[in-house]
Design a protein around this ligand. Structure first.
Ligand code: HEM
Ligand SMILES: *[C@@H]1O[C@H](CO)[C@@H](O)[C@H](O)[C@H]1NC(C)=O
Ligand SMILES: CC(=O)N[C@H]1CO[C@H](CO)[C@@H](O)[C@@H]1O
Length: 600
């Protein structure tokens, strides 16, 4: 019942071949027909160059025709064209190359920020290879895409196509009815603070901290990103499937001997296989996005995600099978249990028998809950190392509300204002989903007026054509000086407490959207705040200082020297923020955790 008939993993080839047919085969076939119809016969040496020429002419003609249609639609909407990037080479190939280079060497979001600054606007048409791709860091436009104009957009066909092998039927990869079903099924599960969640947090927090304490006692650093990814994965797997992946028991990277992996560090062991596959799928999906609509050209013979997704499915399938069987036998035995006692898998198994849908939804949930939360904890730790006074103040609040040994209650988590401020400020500067995209549906859309970042005299709204990708950038919007003030690049949790500075955000909450906004806003927001707060309480009860151990960073993971002469945060950054669907730290981050001395 959740199935989306428009998509299946291999379909990208069909779509690509149809596109290629229109661009190449059709003009070639039309040429002899045209000649015959106009009664012209040509010698071979004249005929041959006409074939490539006819491809070019057809392409120009269709491009012009499309432009004409778009202008007409824009006029009827009383809107104007989005400013186009004008590169030096045909088809803006130089811009494309500039972006490809930037993904390897530059600071997250920088290449786009430079374009916005160059064109003095917050919304642009990249127009790479004569096709429209809109980018925006405009708060009003992002709000329209996600919330007030939600019905005009969807995740879109191209995004689904890229992610089909990996996320398949899951919530992240569906629109309309299929998405709504997922959302309706999942929501009750996240409606309340669950005691069981806190028990799970305690269990895995305790294990994580004992690992940290051991390293600290030995005077050794820990790689925080890897450790937190295991913490969130173990906690998420128990929460989702009731089955512990137990990645915290597997060998850890050895200080000074670590190498770079797909995202952070390279991993070993069985779980290593699952996690590597999981991360490679994300990497591959990201590189498809960067190549654009022609990515299938490079995967015509082999879907690059196929072998990796098999590793993931081999692990998940038996777990799903068992859940469906258990439910059936529970039904037979007449046993009933409440939603508070169930895992998410059991909850899903109650709603459908479709094992593929259950599996894909679990995988989407795992992606949603693991990387985002681990990313935030990693950046909080990094920032506490960079700003020891923040760590100190946060620790004072923790000890005030929970004392040196008591665990955090729902109450305490809700009341720790500074904790919330530190988490928000981290999510503002380092949103775990720094870039995202939507597509217009089969109709062009007029965007509402831009925010007044770069003032523009033309008061008409902007026009986006039908079937066009639009990328938006929380990482840029959330650092926009016009919204946040001149100190927007600075890490300052007080801005979430000081009533004067908070005013702007309160009257304009979509300037901060780490959890997105509108109908597709994150379901797990409350769960995430709880998990992170719970962990940080325990961490700060035991540890009072954090220092970066940069000498242990693997080669190539430290920020390039030329960042220092740039502007913005990159001039002071001591790690390399990178993004592949979610934000992470390149090469991980080695940290010395210093045990607090309790004076009793
Ligand atoms: C700091 C932690 C987190 C951040 C920053 C975050 C961020 C986001 C963002 C930006 C989206 C929107 C994606 C899109 O529409 O393209 C999203 C959606 C979602 N998140 Fe989270 N998330 C976090 C934690 C979690 C957790 C812990 C869970 C579950 C346990 C979760 C479950 C979901 C789900 C199911 C969606 C899809 C909603 C939909 O499409 O209707 N998230 N999240
Ligand atoms: C932190 O951000 C959330 C939105 O994600 C908001 O509801 C909350 O008020 C903010 N908390 C503080 C202390 O500013
Ligand atoms: C970024 C990237 O392309 N990563 C991997 C995608 O999948 C292929 C084949 O499975 C790998 O060889 C790539 O390294």
């Amino acid at each position: 019942m959740f199935g989306d008939p428009v998509t299946s993993p291999g379909r990208y080839r069909v779509r690509f071949l149809v596109d290629a047919f229109e661009v190449i085969v059709l003009p070639i076939a039309l040429l002899p027909l045209t000649l015959w119809w106009s009664n012209i016969s040509l010698p071979l040496y004249q005929l041959i160059p006409l074939y490539p020429a006819s491809i070019v002419i057809c392409k120009i003609a269709t491009t012009l025709w499309r432009s004409l249609q778009q202008s007409r639609e824009a006029r009827s909407l009383n809107a104007r064209q989005i400013p186009r990037v004008v590169g030096k080479w045909p088809g803006n190939l130089d811009i494309l190359l500039r972006m490809i280079r930037a993904f390897k060497t530059s600071y997250v979001g920088d290449v786009y920020l430079q374009l916005f600054e160059e064109y003095k606007t917050t919304t642009l048409n990249l127009r790479v290879l004569w096709s429209d791709t809109i980018i925006t860091m405009d708060q009003e436009h992002s709000k329209f895409i996600l919330s007030t104009g939600f019905q005009w957009f969807w995740r879109g066909r191209y995004q689904k196509e890229r992610l089909e092998t990996f996320l398949g039927n899951g919530i992240f990869n569906r629109d309309d009815e299929a998405w709504k079903m997922h959302r309706t099924t999942a929501r009750p599960f996240f409606a309340h603070d669950r005691i069981r969640d806190f028990e799970i947090f305690e269990k895995y927090t305790a294990r994580t901290l004992s690992i940290l304490a051991k390293s600290a006692a030995a005077g050794q650093p820990c790689e925080a990103q890897d450790l937190y990814a295991r913490f969130t994965l173990d906690a998420a797997s128990e929460f989702l499937f009731g089955k512990n992946l137990d990645t915290l028991s597997l060998p850890f990277p050895v200080p000074g001997k670590s190498a770079m992996g797909a995202k952070g560090l390279a991993m070993e062991g069985d779980w290593g296989a699952f996690a590597e596959a999981f991360e490679t799928c994300q990497q591959n999906a990201t590189s498809r996005a960067r190549i654009g609509k022609t990515w299938p050209l490079f995967e015509l013979l082999k879907d690059k995600n196929q072998e990796h997704i098999k590793v993931i499915h081999d692990w998940l399938d038996p777990v799903v099978d068992k859940a469906v069987e258990d439910r059936t036998s529970a039904e037979k035995a007449g046993v009933q249990s409440s939603i508070a006692e169930k895992t998410f898998l059991q909850h899903l198994a109650d709603s459908t028998d479709d094992r593929v849908v259950i599996r894909d939804q679990l995988l989407s949930m795992l992606l949603a809950s693991r990387d985002t939360t681990a990313c935030t904890l990693t950046y909080i730790t990094y920032l506490m190392a960079m700003y020891p006074e923040v760590a100190k103040k946060l620790r004072t609040e923790v000890l005030e509300h929970c004392g040196p040994t008591k665990s955090a209650t729902f109450e305490a988590v809700r009341n720790m204002k500074y904790m919330r401020a530190v988490i928000n400020e981290t999510l503002r500067l380092f949103p775990p989903v720094p870039v995202n995209a939507r597509e217009t549906r089969s109709r062009g859309v007029a965007l509402p007026l831009a925010d007044p970042t770069f003032s523009d005299s033309d008061p008409r709204p902007l026009y986006i054509p039908a079937d066009t990708i639009i990328m938006y950038f929380p990482v840029l919007t959330q650092r926009n000086k016009a919204l946040w003030g001149e100190d927007a690049d600075e890490f300052d949790p007080e801005r979430w407490i000081d009533p004067d500075r908070l005013k702007k955000y309160v009257s304009n909450p979509t300037m901060f959207t780490p959890f997105s906004a509108g109908p597709r806003i994150c379901i797990g927001q409350n769960y995430a705040y709880n998990e992170m707060s719970y962990f940080l309480v325990r961490l700060l009860q035991q540890f009072d200082r954090f220092t970066l151990a940069r000498e242990y960073q693997p080669e190539g993971s430290l920020p390039p020297a030329d960042w220092k002469s740039g502007k913005g945060r990159k001039t002071i950054e001591k790690i390399w923020p990178s993004s592949a669907m979610t934000l992470y730290v390149k090469g991980g981050v080695w940290v010395n955790f210093h045990l607090a001395k309790h004076e009793t």
